[in-house]
Every structure is written in structure tokens, then in C-alpha cells.
Design a protein around this ligand. Structure first.
Ligand code: ADP
Ligand code: F6P
Length: 326
């Protein structure tokens, strides 16, 4: 692989607040270091169809505070096929793109890993997802903003829960990861979190009831991680109606509002640091790694490790939630 002169940048999968801050950082850092930058629209789809524009520093002005992604995003089935990735590689060759920066979640980084393997293209990943489910980084870009959105919503739901003395199941996103539910519960003072990681260990509803719901309080909020594994908030509301009919139960599904909004300072800062680090990594000769931040230090995480989907839940957080919800 020769010297890198031009990089392509794309956002893929679910959008996340802070993706724009990352696009800005990658673009500015690349230009600062004498590289050409090409913005690829609509994720891998744009790499297949050739929706590409050269970026100057002004193209990323005034976006650090914006949610979503100015590059748009998409889920592209064609890229999951070897034929689709070959077309993407041909587009890169035609456009003179020597290396790719991919901002997205585990699916997007899986795609980058395959492209890198099949065509010897240097790819660097930035963890952009509200789910926080990438291994090797303390947090992902967008996670902190989503958490803040969740606590703002739960604070409001609590007013009704308290006034009506109700039990609320609030469903939050996270795909099959419980980080948003668990930390959202701690930060909003919720009484419990039901997360997929513990589904096979205990009956989390029974645990919650057994641990003293209604001993000291007349209302309760339980954050439930969306997931086929847990069954989601509706599943637990149905169970309560059948198994504990004495409780007045309601469900709120927060949905896509968790993905929107202006990124928090935390997300803007990690996105900026990771963006700069991605260009540094390429220039150092790093290939096919995700940029992470662990204990405030920049780290390079091989794609295979980052996407293995086994980022563990910290048991200490579970203990904190349990202890504080009495
Ligand atoms: P996220 O990146 O947020 O996890 P997805 O799982 O939907 O979101 O993945 C985003 C895109 O990444 C997909 O639409 C597809 O283009 C690409 N991708 C996902 N999984 C793979 C795979 N196994 N092989 C190739 N590309 C993939
Ligand atoms: O990966 C981010 C995420 O918001 C998940 O938490 C959620 O399961 C999924 O994307 C929703 O995807 P869509 O926007 O396609 O409904």
C-alpha cells in the first residue's frame, strides 16, 4: 500500500449525536496534515453509487453542535455481499480514495473489516452509536447525549408516576446491550433496570418486586432495555398485569428521540479527539483498528476485538443501582 494522499469518510448505521463533530475533526485534521478529504454520502450505499464530494474545511463549519449526520446515513444490504464490496472498492479506486474512515456501530465496523481484508484497503473506525456496545472504548460517540435525553424524559415521567402512584416501565434503546438502561436508571434515580445481559441469570421482574417495591415507595420507574432477549417493556407490563394485578402499570417507549439532539460536551470532545486520532493512526501506519478512549487514553482496538459484542456490564453499577433504590 502506497502513501495515503486522500481519505474517504462516511457515517453508517444508526445516526448518533456527535457524528458531525467527528466528521469535522477528521476533515480538519486531514487537511491540517496535507491530505485530501472526500465525504461519502449515505454510508456504504454512497460508496457503491459514487455519491461523493470533496470536502474543504468550510464544508464542516457550524456542524459541531448539530445532531444527526451531514453525510446522511443508511443501512446498505448490498455492501453485505462480496459483489457489493467489490463495487465499493472500484469506486474508491476511481475516486482516488486511499483509505477510509468509518463512523458507526458494530455492523458498520464489520463492513469496514471485510473491505479491509478483501482489498487491502486501510480502514479506521470511529465508534459512533448510542448503544455503547463496542468493546475497547469506555464510551461511544452519542452514548452520553442519549443518556442525557433519557434522564430528561424520565424526570418528566416521574411526575406522573408519583402523582398517580404508578409503576412505569420505560423502554430505552440499546439493541442487545443494557448500557443505556443501566446507567440511565442510575442517573434518573429509577428503581431498577431490566437488561438483556442478565436475562438468563435471574427473573429480573421477580427480583425487582422481591427487593421491596412498595416497601418504602408508592411509585416506581423501571428502565427496560429494548431487546428480543428481554422482550421489552410491553412484555413486563403484561406480566405485571397478570402476576401482580394490584399494581397500576404504564409503559413509555422512548424510541428515536434518544438518537436526536445537540451532542453533549462529552460527546463533542470524544468525537473531536477520536477524529484527530484517526488521522494520526493512518499516518503512523495503523490499519484496520477502531479508535477508542480507555481511562482517558487514546487506544487502537483491532476491529475483530471491538465488534465481538462482548463488552461487559460493570457489576459495580448494578450494585449501585440496587443499593440506592431502596
Ligand atoms: P450499526 O453500524 O449502527 O451497528 P448496522 O448493523 O445496521 O448498524 O450496520 C450498518 C451497515 O453496515 C449495514 O447496513 C451494512 O451496510 C454494513 N454491515 C453491517 N453488517 C455487515 C456485515 N456482516 N458485512 C458487511 N457489511 C455489514
Ligand atoms: O444502533 C442504534 C439503534 O438506535 C439501536 O439502539 C436500535 O435498536 C436501532 O438503532 C434502531 O434502528 P432503526 O433506526 O433502524 O429503527
Amino acid at each position: 500500500m502506497g502513501t495515503i494522499k486522500c481519505i474517504g469518510i462516511l457515517t453508517s448505521g444508526g445516526d448518533a449525536p456527535g457524528m458531525n463533530a467527528a466528521i469535522r475533526a477528521v476533515t480538519r485534521s486531514a487537511i491540517f496534515n496535507g491530505l485530501k478529504v472526500k465525504g461519502i454520502y449515505r454510508g456504504y450505499k454512497g460508496l457503491i453509487t459514487g455519491e461523493i464530494q470533496e470536502f474543504q474545511t468550510q464544508n464542516v463549519s457550524n456542524i459541531i453542535q448539530q445532531g444527526g449526520t451531514i453525510l446522511k446515513t443508511a443501512r446498505c444490504q448490498e455492501f453485505k455481499t462480496p459483489e457489493g464490496r467489490k463495487i465499493a472498492y472500484e469506486t474508491m479506486q476511481r475516486e482516488g480514495i486511499d483509505a477510509l474512515i468509518v463512523i458507526g456501530g458494530d455492523g458498520s465496523l464489520t463492513g469496514a473489516r471485510l473491505l479491509a481484508q478483501e482489498f487491502d484497503v486501510p480502514c479506521i473506525g470511529l465508534p459512533g452509536t448510542i448503544d455503547n456496545d463496542l468493546y475497547g472504548t469506555d464510551t461511544t460517540i452519542g452514548y452520553d447525549t442519549a443518556l442525557n435525553t433519557i434522564i430528561e424524559a424520565v424526570d418528566k415521567i416521574r411526575d406522573t408516576a408519583t402523582s398517580h402512584e404508578r409503576l412505569f416501565f420505560v423502554e430505552v434503546m440499546g439493541r442487545d446491550a443494557g448500557f443505556l438502561a443501566l446507567n440511565g436508571a442510575i442517573a434518573s434515580g429509577a428503581e431498577a433496570a431490566i437488561i438483556p445481559e442478565f436475562n438468563t441469570e435471574v427473573d429480573q421482574l421477580e427480583e425487582f418486586i422481591k427487593n421491596g417495591f412498595r416497601k418504602s415507595k408508592n411509585s416506581s420507574i423501571v428502565l427496560v432495555a429494548e431487546s428480543e432477549i428481554t422482550g421489552g417493556a410491553m412484555h413486563y407490563a403484561e406480566r405485571v398485569k397478570n402476576e401482580y394485578p394490584q399494581y397500576d402499570v404504564r409503559v413509555t417507549i422512548l424510541g428515536h428521540l434518544q438518537r436526536g439532539g445537540s451532542p453533549t460536551a462529552h460527546d463533542r470532545i470524544i468525537a473531536s479527539r477520536m477524529g484527530v486520532a484517526s488521522i494520526e493512526a493512518l499516518m503512523e501506519g495503523q490499519r484496520n483498528v477502531m479508535i477508542g478512549i480507555e481511562n482517558d487514553q487514546m487506544v487502537y482496538v483491532p476491529f475483530a476485538k471491538a465488534i465481538k459484542n462482548d463488552k461487559p456490564i460493570d457489576r459495580e453499577l448494578v450494585a449501585v443501582l440496587r443499593e440506592l433504590s431502596i
